[in-house]
Design a protein around this ligand. Structure first.
Ligand code: NAD
Length: 427
């Protein structure tokens, strides 16, 4: 099938590469010429494990084409996927300006009938709004919602082995045409109306965020009672109704989706005069959790002024270079405000973090450089390689042997045996 993808960020690029790999002819739009050139050479424009070889293969075999020419791209396809950003506005609502801009561009450029598929996370009613904008072009457009559920860092397996494809449309026959695009994927395919599909995405993310805030509350109670939240979560997760996913206590959720989608759903509720009490608590718990690392640092070191603190991890989670709403970034800002000297390391996200934090931290090439002469080490991202550092070397390099494990990834007994003072979350 002939497919156009508008926006080649985290979602758009994975969708473009994945759909080409499924055998479709894909044209993807990016507005930055330098990025187009990289993509045409089969090079990634952000870090995503496993994506590069599939990108390269499909550029080479001619199924995947990149362009900055919007008109050329949309008139290639019968299906146009909108994969642009929907960031938070000041009042928490989703900023739909990029989605509306794409709709306007389609109005100006479309020379044929199209099925427009929205993959961006958008409030209920956006599909109809897009359809209204598109009605200004004399061609016929169908608008479909096909929310994206991929996780950054695991986007490739999530594309090919996801749990479900949800397609919401006004007409069943249109939804069935869109489902056909994903024919080769062996997962549940679900057809709904437009509004329901839009809501499924928000409800899913809000539920996962709730699960994280719930286990973080349990962690805080465990800490006061002397129970171990990791074991509590393990015991809970064996219950299939609960499962082990998203049941890891720590310094809270971050990233480009959970905080923004929870805010947007809260705002949707406000707009319809519904008091969504649970989501208010979810956000409050998450904000409080994020502050825990600095609170614990002050309990440990007293005044942080002129103290040297190493922060390992800058991305909002492991296996990505995405720092949007990353707890690590806030933690560094707060440590910096308290007068601490911060030395930071991340395997992939240093470049992105540097552009935001500027001189608020010294960015290091290795974790060992970061911990050298520090009085405290804070683990802020769950990169698996942090577990396997040469901890004897870390101990030798640190001035004071203090660890705050904001992601509960280290073995407490091992760290204590090595002579570290170890503080986890709810352990
Ligand atoms: P992103 O910011 O990484 O990518 C969006 C891209 O669209 C940017 O590169 C931007 O330059 C481009 N763009 C904007 N307007 C354009 C236009 N008119 N023409 C061409 N390109 C244009 O965002 P993302 O993380 O890929 O997220 C996209 C959407 O998918 C959001 O609504 C998000 O909530 C949702 N989503 C994201 C994830 C995730 O893990 N990142 C997962 C599921 C859903």
């Amino acid at each position: 099938m002939k497919i156009s993808i508008i926006g080649t960020g985290y979602v758009g690029l994975v969708s473009a590469v994945g759909l080409a790999e499924l055998g479709h002819q894909v044209w993807a739009v990016n507005r930055t010429p330098a990025k187009i050139e990289k993509l045409k050479r089969g090079e990634l424009i952000y870090y995503e494990p496993g994506l590069r070889p599939i990108l390269k293969r499909n550029v080479k075999n001619g199924r995947l084409h990149f362009t900055s020419n919007f008109s050329e791209a949309i008139n290639h396809g019968d299906f146009v996927f909108i994969c642009v950003g929907t960031p938070s506005r000041r009042n928490g609502s989703a900023d739909l300006s990029q989605v509306k801009e794409v709709a306007e561009q389609i109005v100006s450029a479309a020379k044929k009938n199209l099925i427009v598929i929205d993959k961006s996370t958008v409030p209920v009613g956006t599909g109809r709004l897009v359809k209204k904008i598109l009605s200004r072009n004399h061609h016929k457009f169908e608008v479909v919602s096909c929310p994206e559920f991929l996780r950054e860092g695991k986007a490739v397996p999530d594309f090919f082995h996801g749990d479900r494809v949800v397609v919401g449309a006004e007409k069943k026959e249109v939804a069935q045409k869109v489902i056909k695009i994903f024919d080769k994927l062996k997962c549940v395919k679900m057809i709904t109306d437009l509004e329901t599909a839009e809501m499924i995405k928000y409800a899913s993310n809000a539920f996962l965020a709730t699960k994280i805030s719930f286990i973080n509350e349990i962690a805080n109670v465990c800490e006061k009672l002397g129970a171990n939240v990791d074991e509590v979560a393990r015991g809970m997760g064996y219950d299939r109704r609960i499962n082990h996913y998203f049941l890891k206590a720590g310094i809270g959720y971050g990233g480009s989706c959970f905080p923004k989608d929870v805010k947007a759903l809260k705002r949707i509720a406000v707009d319809i005069n519904y008091n969504f009490r649970l989501l208010k608590a979810v956000t409050e718990v998450n904000n409080q959790q994020r502050r825990l690392a600095v609170k614990k640092a002050k309990e440990l070191l007293g005044d942080l002024n002129h103290k040297t603190i190493a922060v390992l991890g800058l991305a909002f989670k492991d296996s990505t270079d995405d720092i949007r709403e990353s707890a690590a970034i806030d933690i560094i800002k707060w440590l910096n405000q308290a007068g601490a000297v911060v030395k930071a390391y991340d395997p992939e996200a240093v470049g992105n973090a540097q552009s935001i934090l500027k001189n608020k931290a010294k960015f290091c090439d290795t974790p060992y450089e970061a911990v050298a002469q520090s009085q405290l080490l804070i683990v802020a991202t769950e990169w698996p390689q942090f577990k396997n550092l040469d901890w004897t070397r870390v101990k030798r390099l640190m001035k004071q042997k203090n660890i705050i494990d904001g992601k509960n990834i280290l073995d407490r007994t091992k760290m204590e045996k090595l002579g570290f003072k170890y503080i986890g979350i709810g352990r």
